[in-house]
Every structure is written in structure tokens, then in C-alpha cells.
Design a protein around this ligand. Structure first.
Ligand code: GAR
Length: 194
């Protein structure tokens, strides 16, 4: 079966993007990464993608008057690359609703919490403040409302005595790198039950 064409949107480090690129190198993986788009010109992830031979492009949100025109520019890049599935991987801009609607069912995100707990930012600090016993990460379909949308996969980690934001974030991130390729595989094969 033909591999599904995937575009990844990033804003920074790109470690989840790297996990997807590495997974997609396996001959039996059902998706290929055909484009990485960053809204931040010096995002570290861009260099890694280029090193692996994945085409990259910067669409700097600062060059656009509003969310709609920025999203239109993203859309144009994704369409030009014939992208079928969009993966948000540490992409830190809110996307305009028409863009989200257009990609509904074909755009997924990884979030560093067990949704619906801790939507938004600073999830690890908030989990610690709340005295959570478990924490984790979620891959879900993107809907206009922030960090909502059907869950595809979740991974749970314990919150351990003595944890701080950094130790907890590292434990979750390790799971993110395993979870995102597994979730994209399900979506690309049309096997997710969401
Ligand atoms: C990841 O932990 C991801 O789950 C989170 O940002 C980090 C990006 O790291 N995403 C969000 O908070 C989205 N709201 P990465 O650039 O190394 O993948």
C-alpha cells in the first residue's frame, strides 16, 4: 500500500518531529514525512530534518496580518507538498478555525498531559502543583477548541517523590517519542478507533 504523505508543523526543538522522521525510515512504516514547516525561523528541529533529507520551509507568523492569512500560507505549503496527514509536534501557535476544519480528521497533535487534564501550557508544573499521582501524554485529533478532539493514544507515567518540572518532563518526553510514531501508524493505516 502507498505510504501516506505527512507534513509536520514545529516551533522549536523538534524532538517529537525527529521521532516521527526516524520511525518513518522503517520500510514497513505506513507514512512518509514529506515536509517540515516551522513558524520560527531558527527552530532547532529544522536542522535535524534537513540532515535527514526532509524538505523544510519556514512560514513566519510575524509576516502575516492575522491568524487566517498565516494559516492560508501554511495550507498552501501543505497542499503543494500533497500532504495527506498533518502532525503538530510542539507547534505553539493557535490555528485559525477554517484551517482546523479543513484538516479535521487528518490533523493530529501531541500534548504533554493525560487529556482532558491540564490543557494548555506548563502542564508538568501544574500536574506537580495539583499533587497528581500520574501524568503522561496524549495524541489526539485537532479540533477548533484547544487540546480537545478525539484521543488516539495515551501513555501514563508515575509522578515520583522528589520530582521537579525537569525530571517529570523528561519522563513524559520519553513516552511522547514512543507514542507519537505509534499513533501516526494507526492513523495512517486507518486503524484508530477514535
Ligand atoms: C512536547 O513536550 C510537546 O508535547 C509539547 O511541546 C513539546 C515540544 O517538544 N507540546 C505542547 O505543549 C503543545 N501544546 P519537541 O519540540 O522537542 O517535540
Amino acid at each position: 500500500m502507498a505510504k501516506r504523505r505527512v507534513g509536520i508543523l514545529i516551533s522549536g526543538r523538534g524532538s517529537n518531529m525527529a521521532a516521527l522522521i526516524e520511525a518513518a525510515r522503517a520500510p514497513d512504516y505506513p507514512a512518509e514525512i514529506v515536509l517540515v514547516v516551522s513558524n520560527v525561523p531558527d527552530a532547532a528541529g529544522l536542522a535535524f530534518a534537513a540532515l535527514r533529507g526532509v524538505p523544510t520551509v519556514v512560514v513566519n507568523h510575524k509576516n502575516f496580518a492575522n491568524r487566517e492569512t498565516f494559516a492560508d500560507a501554511l495550507d498552501a505549503k501543505l497542499r503543494a507538498a500533497k500532504v495527506e496527514i498533518v502532525c503538530l509536534a510542539g507547534f505553539m501557535r493557535l490555528l485559525a478555525t477554517p484551517f482546523v476544519e479543513r484538516w479535521r480528521g487528518r490533523m493530529i497533535n501531541i500534548h504533554p498531559s493525560l487529556l482532558p487534564a491540564f490543557k494548555g501550557l506548563n502542564t508538568h508544573a501544574r500536574a506537580l502543583d495539583a499533587g497528581a499521582k500520574t501524568h503522561g501524554c496524549t495524541v489526539h485529533y485537532v479540533e477548533p477548541e484547544l487540546d480537545s478532539g478525539p484521543v488516539i493514544l495515551q501513555a501514563e507515567v508515575p509522578v515520583l517523590p522528589g520530582d521537579d518540572e525537569a525530571t517529570l518532563a523528561a519522563r513524559v518526553l520519553k513516552e511522547e517519542h514512543r507514542l507519537y510514531p505509534a499513533a501516526l501508524r494507526l492513523v495512517a493505516e486507518g486503524r484508530d478507533k477514535s
